[in-house]
Ligand binder design. Structure first.
Ligand code: GLN
Length: 480
C-alpha cells in the first residue's frame, strides 16, 4: 500500500475487501506523517488517541455490516485555526500554545461522523494572517516540492500535508486566498466554497465577513467529496446558508463542451512569464475540450488589495481583542496592574504581523477615519462583487491564475509586507465577493515548482466549478 498516493475510493475498496483495517491504516499513516514531519514541519500536533478511537469505530461499524460513512478511514489533517475538542489548537500563535478547546468545530464533527480520521493539526500563519506560513510562532513549513521554499499560506501546513501524502485530504481556511494560494504552491486541489456554504462554527475568527473553511485534496473528486460532507446549514452559525447541497460527485461527468469561460484581462498583467505561459496553455487546453473562452474585464480589481487590507484588518482588530490574558490565553508573568497585564500579555504573545494588523485595523475604525477608510472600503467591496455579477451574466465560470508567481524562497519576502500582500492579488477578490473559487494543478515550471489555475463561479455554483476542474484534471492539466 502506497500511503502517500491513496485516494478516498481506494481506501473504501481496501476496507471493504478487508485488505487493511481502519486502525491499521491509521497507525501506518501516523507513523508516516511523524517521519515526514521532520522535513516539512507541516503538523503542530498529532491527535493519535482520537484518530485511533475513530478508526476503531469505523472498524466496528464495518464488522457489524453497517455503512461506515463516505470518508470511512480516510486520514484527514485539520488546520490549527479550527477547534478540536481535547486536542490542542494553537492558531499558530504563542498565545494559544497550550490551549485545548472544550468543543469541536461543526466541520470537524461532520468529518468524523462521516468516518474521517483526524490524524493531526497543521501549522499555519498566526491567526491565518500571511501568505507564506512564515508568521507561525512554531517555525515555517517547508514546501514538499522544494524544501528551501514556502508552501504558501496561511494554510501552508494543510497543503503540504496533502502534497507529501501524509493526509489524503485536509481542511484549511481562506480569508483572502489562504486555501487556493498554498494549493497552487504545493500542487494540490484547494477550494474556497461560497461564503455561508460551510459553517464557521469553531473556526477561529480572523475577518468574519471573509472567513471560509474549505478542503484540500490530491484530486478534484476527493476535494468534492469532503465539501459534500462538511457543507450545509448549521444552526450554530447564523451566516451558514440554507441552500441545498448537491451531490457533487454526480456532476463529475467530464461534460464541459459549450461552457462559456471568461478570462479577466486584469488578472494577466503582473504574471511572471512561466506562470503566464502555463495559464495560456491551460486556456488552449480548455478550448480543445470544447469550452468557449472570451476576454472579460473586472475593472475594480486594482482596488482589491487596498480594500481587503482595510476590511480584513478592521475585523481582525476587533476579533483579536478577546486574547487578553483573561480568557483562553497564557498570561504575562510580569504585570503590576490590570492594564499592564493586558499590554504585556498581548505585547509578548502576538507576533509582528498580528500587531501590524491590529494597529492598522484600529486606525481605520477610529472616529474621524471610519468614513474615509472603512466605509469607503465597504463601497469598493460592493463594486468588486458587482464586477463578478456582471461577468456571470455573460460567462458560466472565470479562469485565472491563482498567484502571480510560484512558491518563493523562505525568507525572500518576509521583510517586505507589501510584496507579501501582492501574493494574493488574484485570490482576494473571490473572498470579497463571497463566490466559490478553487485552485486546480495546472503544471510545473522548469524548476519543478507547481502552478495552479484558478476557477471562479457564481454563488453556490460549486458543482459546475468541480465539473470543469475535474475535466481539466482528467485531461492532464495544461500538459498536452
Ligand atoms: N494572505 C492573506 C492575508 O495575509 C490571506 C490570508 C487568509 O486567507 N487567511 O491576509
Amino acid at each position: 500500500m502506497d500511503i502517500a498516493a491513496l485516494t478516498i475510493d481506494q481506501i473504501r475498496e481496501g476496507l471493504h475487501a478487508r485488505r487493511f483495517s481502519s486502525a491499521e491504516l491509521t497507525t501506518a499513516a501516523l507513523k508516516f506523517a511523524r517521519n515526514e514531519n521532520a522535513q516539512t514541519n507541516a503538523y503542530l500536533t498529532f491527535s493519535e488517541e482520537r484518530a485511533l478511537a475513530t478508526a476503531r469505530r469505523v472498524d466496528e461499524r464495518l464488522a457489524r455490516g453497517e455503512d461506515p460513512g463516505p470518508l470511512a478511514g480516510v486520514p484527514v489533517a485539520v488546520k490549527d485555526v479550527i477547534v478540536t475538542k481535547g486536542v490542542r489548537t494553537t492558531c499558530g500563535s504563542k498565545l494559544l500554545a497550550n490551549y485545548v478547546p472544550p468543543y469541536d468545530a461543526t466541520a470537524v464533527e461532520r468529518l468524523e461522523a462521516a468516518g474521517g480520521v483526524i490524524i493531526g493539526k497543521t501549522n499555519c500563519d498566526e491567526f491565518a494572517m500571511g501568505s507564506s506560513n512564515e508568521n507561525s510562532a512554531f517555525g515555517p513549513v517547508r514546501n514538499p516540492h522544494a524544501l528551501d521554499r514556502v508552501p504558501g499560506g496561511s494554510s501552508g501546513g494543510s497543503a503540504a500535508a496533502v502534497a507529501q501524502g501524509t493526509a489524503v485530504v485536509a481542511l484549511g481556511s481562506d480569508t483572502g486566498g489562504s486555501i487556493r494560494q498554498p494549493a497552487s504552491f504545493c500542487g494540490v486541489v484547494g477550494l474556497t466554497p461560497t461564503y455561508g456554504r460551510v459553517s464557521r462554527y469553531g473556526l477561529t475568527a480572523f475577518a468574519s465577513s471573509l472567513d471560509h473553511i474549505g478542503p484540500f485534496g490530491r484530486s478534484v473528486r476527493d476535494a468534492a467529496l469532503v465539501l459534500s460532507v462538511i457543507a450545509g446549514r448549521d444552526p450554530l452559525d447564523s451566516t451558514s446558508a440554507e441552500a441545498p447541497v448537491p451531490d457533487y460527485l454526480r456532476h463529475l461527468d467530464g461534460e464541459i463542451k459549450g461552457l462559456k469561460l471568461g478570462l479577466p484581462r486584469e488578472y494577466l498583467k503582473d504574471l511572471t512569464s512561466e506562470t503566464g505561459d502555463l495559464i495560456a496553455r491551460a486556456v488552449e487546453k480548455l478550448k480543445r475540450l470544447g469550452c468557449e473562452v472570451r476576454d472579460i474585464t473586472l475593472p475594480a480589481t486594482d482596488y482589491a488589495i487596498a480594500c481587503y487590507y482595510v476590511i480584513a484588518t478592521a475585523e481582525a482588530s476587533s476579533n483579536l481583542a478577546r486574547y487578553d490574558g483573561v480568557r483562553y490565553t497564557s498570561r504575562s508573568a510580569s504585570s503590576e496592574s490590570l492594564s499592564d497585564m493586558y499590554r504585556n500579555t498581548r505585547g509578548e504573545g502576538f507576533g509582528a504581523e498580528c500587531k501590524r494588523r491590529i494597529m492598522l485595523g484600529t486606525y481605520v475604525l477610529s472616529a474621524g477615519y471610519y468614513d474615509a477608510y472603512y466605509l469607503k472600503a465597504q463601497k469598493v467591496r460592493a463594486l468588486i462583487a458587482r464586477d463578478f455579477t456582471n461577468a456571470f451574466a455573460e460567462v458560466d465560470a472565470i479562469v485565472a491564475p491563482v498567484s502571480p508567481f510560484p512558491a518563493f524562497k523562505i525568507g525572500e519576502k518576509i521583510d517586505d509586507p507589501m510584496a507579501m500582500y501582492l501574493s494574493d492579488i488574484y485570490t482576494i477578490t473571490g473572498d470579497l465577493a463571497g463566490i466559490p473559487c478553487m485552485s486546480v494543478p495546472c503544471g510545473k515550471t522548469a524548476q519543478g515548482l507547481p502552478v495552479g489555475m484558478q476557477i471562479l463561479a457564481k454563488h453556490f455554483d460549486e458543482a459546475r466549478m468541480f465539473r470543469l476542474a475535474d475535466a481539466f484534471e482528467r485531461a492532464g492539466g495544461a500538459q498536452n
